[in-house]
Ligand binder design. Structure first.
Ligand code: SF4
Length: 110
């Protein structure tokens, strides 16, 4: 259960839960025991283990992306892609070149 417009990995109150009740940072991590961040208990309470927290995910950019104009929408990139690229959950997944190309394309049509 999560809201639109912000990555679920950034908000601890929004959860992705599997059939066993295990909670993950986002859909892409579902089923991977390394990335369990908590457990959904009976009656709907969520017990978090303090790993892979929303606060940590929201702050990976600090000291690395401070001057980037895409920071408000990127916030250091995707947590899953960072893991896929071998940088770990707290790494930077920089798509700056893609963002620049998208902006160029939009400017072309505006
Ligand atoms: S585009 Fe790159 S430099 Fe800019 S906020 Fe995202 S990860 Fe950081």
């Amino acid at each position: 259960m999560f809201r639109l417009g912000i990555c679920v990995a950034h908000v601890d109150e929004d959860i992705v839960v599997d059939l066993e009740g295990l909670v993950y940072p986002c859909l892409a991590f579902t089923g991977n025991p390394i990335y369990v961040k908590g457990k959904l208990r009976e009656y709907g309470t969520v017990e978090l283990n303090r790993k892979f927290t929303g606060n940590e995910a929201r702050n990976v950019w600090r000291g690395k992306c401070n001057n980037c104009e895409f920071l408000p929408m990127c916030v250091g990139g995707c947590r899953f892609f960072s893991v896929l690229e071998g940088k770990g959950f707290y790494g930077i997944d920089c798509r700056r070149k893609s963002y620049e190309e998208v902006v160029k394309l939009i400017r072309h049509f505006v």
